[in-house]
Design a protein around this ligand. Structure first.
Ligand SMILES: [Fe+2]
Length: 308
């Protein structure tokens, strides 16, 4: 097997302007998030940083690109349309896998004018049945690429103001269990993508995944080779319990962020998957924004993981 290389980035938070919240119905939660954007976040999330990161990924020419949510900020209709145009710049749907974040599902929205505009980047190789409810019917979304199986989950659910929790629901967790068990028999490198962190303590409770314990319990039984998540806006490598050893769970800072407070500037990971004797050899190169218009390698490590 030749090595397979994929990029992981997250939380691009495209600029909100020029949308205005006047003249149309909106939710209190959207208004609060809009004010937060105007007051603080628009200074943190900069298009020039995101462009720089994207150019760096494209220069690396990975075999696949995974993005773990939060293109949007307040789930405003214009954000979905601009998000679609932006995804087209990232790459074709076959080469780019996306899952929704909490900012993409902040309030209930019609699928066709909301997440549906990004469907090509989210759905699995096998489309859902025509009568399946959407977006739920899209997930878990399985995409096979070389030796890697990317499995997208949807943890984005509307929540009360000041909460940023996520939830998968029993049906999605159970379907994931069946999928992971089948893929283990094929000896594929199973990458589970979920916006909210699954390991305890990565984010505060008001931002956490409400059924994370159920997912950890499932993973301890079925295993997976890697988890990718977003939401934390900082780099993290946590380990989850699997049936044969530990499962690495990785995230990166927001792809558009300058350094602010305790949060680092934008980063992305280049993950190279190869076989090594009786298991997987995984190299992670961490690329970070240098604060002056360029990306450079800021960290790197190798993981040796057992076969399923
Ligand atoms: Fe985010």
């Amino acid at each position: 097997m030749s090595a397979f290389r994929f990029a992981h980035f997250s939380d691009p938070h495209l600029p909100l302007a020029p949308d205005r919240l006047s003249g149309r119905g909106f939710f209190t939660k959207q208004l609060l998030s809009y004010l937060s954007w105007q007051r603080k976040k628009r200074h943190v999330h900069q298009p020039a940083v995101l462009d720089c990161l994207l150019a760096d990924i494209q220069a690396a020419a990975p075999d696949h690109i995974a993005c773990t949510g939060d293109i949007a900020n307040i789930s405003w209709p214009g954000e979905f349309q601009r998000g679609r145009d932006w995804l087209a710049r990232v790459g074709p749907p076959q080469q780019v896998s996306y899952i929704p974040g909490n900012h993409d599902a902040m309030v209930p929205a019609p699928f066709a004018q909301g997440l549906g505009l990004w469907r090509d980047y989210m759905q699995g190789d096998r489309p859902p049945a025509p009568d399946a409810p959407l977006p739920d019917g899209l997930f878990p979304a399985l995409r096979r690429r070389g030796p890697v199986a990317f499995i997208g989950l949807n943890s984005g659910v509307p929540t009360a103001p000041l909460l940023a929790t996520g939830r998968l629901g029993t049906a999605q967790v159970e379907a994931l269990g069946d999928m992971l068990a089948d893929l283990a028999r094929e000896r594929l490198f199973r990458v589970v993508m979920v916006h909210h962190p699954v390991a305890p303590g990565v984010v505060r409770r008001r931002k956490g995944l409400s059924d994370a314990a159920a997912l950890r319990h499932l993973l301890a039984r079925t295993g997976a080779e890697m988890l990718l998540h977003g939401h934390a806006h900082r780099a993290s490598l946590a380990m989850l319990k699997g049936p044969n050893g530990l499962i690495p769970s990785l995230t990166v800072p927001s792809a558009s962020a300058i350094r602010h407070g305790r949060y680092p500037a934008a980063q992305w990971n280049l993950v190279t998957v190869d076989t090594d004797g009786g298991g997987w050899r995984v190299q992670v190169e961490v690329r970070g924004y240098d604060g002056a218009g360029a990306m450079r390698t800021v960290d790197g490590y190798t993981l040796l993981l057992p076969w399923a």
